[in-house]
Write a protein that binds this ligand. Structure first.
Ligand SMILES: [Ca+2]
Ligand SMILES: [Ca+2]
Length: 302
């Protein structure tokens, strides 16, 4: 039995061994096949690599498109650079022109400023001169106004004097005024001084005759008195009556201290004076007409 079993076991073992061997052979064959394929692949790859290394790569369709794109980009870049350069040149030219224009304008403005400054200085000087001239003219005007006032006063004074002169009669170097009204000796003298004159002073025969004719029928006060010292007759200018020119009426003066003022009596009115022509001493308080005398030189140079 054991033999059978062994034989039976041997047969089974033998079969299993044969299967194993067959599988091992299959695996081996497969492994060999795989190894061969790898070698082939490696060989093929090496061959391809060597071919790539030795042969010039041939451009494909996508490479050509890429190359054209690169060229176009390069051309565009160059064009852009050229445009940029042209723009820079144009800007430089424009800047240079603007700068020259600015310099020119600046020079013109500087010249204009200098001219205005010079003109301003001239105007300032002119203004100062005009102010000075104006001041001079103002002073001159004030002087002319003052002179005009003086001339106006002088004219009025001369006019008054002319009006006065209308009432006066000139003879030789004097003008004479005979009053119409009557006053005492002192008031008569005051009236004469108010007219810029004084009571008449008779210095010679001609003047006495003139007074005689001018007074007509009136007895008039003359500027002779002995009020200060009795019997010492003095004219109103302070001079003493000299013996050479005395025209006392006969018997005059006879009033002593009661008659201290002199009057000249013309022939026409002599009957009222006891027919005595010539000078009489009478009381100064009597009221009579009077005669003023003014030197012509006093009219010209008051
Ligand atoms: Ca007397
Ligand atoms: Ca007398």
């Amino acid at each position: 039995m054991s033999g059978l079993v062994n034989v039976g076991m041997d047969k089974g073992s033998m079969m299993e061994s044969e299967d194993r061997i067959e599988k091992t052979v299959d695996i081996y064959i497969s492994a060999e096949a795989v190894r061969d394929m790898k070698h082939k692949k490696y060989d093929t790859e090496d061959f391809d690599t060597q071919t790539v290394k030795t042969q010039t790569p041939q451009p494909t369709g996508s490479d050509s498109v890429r190359n054209r794109s690169s060229r176009a980009a390069a051309v565009c870049l160059v064009l852009l650079c050229v445009l940029l350069l042209v723009a820079v040149i144009v800007l430089c030219v424009m800047f240079t022109q603007e700068r020259q224009q600015f310099i020119s304008n600046n020079k013109n403005l500087t010249n204009e400023r200098d001219q205005l400054r010079s003109k301003n200085e001239n105007l300032t000087n002119e203004r100062v001169q005009l102010i000075s001239k104006n001041n001079n003219l103002t002073n001159e005007r004030d002087q002319l106004i003052s002179r005009n006032e003086n001339l106006t006063n002088e004219r009025d004074q001369l006019r008054n004097e002319l009006n006065i002169c209308a009432e006066w009669t000139c003879y030789q170097s004097s003008c004479y005024y005979i009053s119409k009204e009557k006053k005492n000796w002192t008031e008569s003298r005051t009236n004469c001084t108010e007219r810029g004159a004084d009571l008449i002073i008779i210095n010679n025969t001609e003047e006495q005759d003139f007074v005689k004719n001018m007074s007509g029928a009136a007895a008039v006060w003359i500027g002779l008195t002995d009020s200060d010292v009795e019997d010492t007759w003095k004219w109103v200018d302070g001079s003493t009556l000299t013996s050479g020119f005395r025209f006392w009426a006969s018997g005059q003066p006879d009033g002593g201290t009661t008659e201290n003022c002199a009057v000249t009596v013309p022939p026409v009115s002599a009957k009222d004076w006891s027919n005595l022509v010539g000078w009489h001493d009478v009381a100064c308080s009597r009221t009579l007409q009077w005669m003023c005398e003014k030197r012509i030189s006093q009219l010209i140079l008051p």
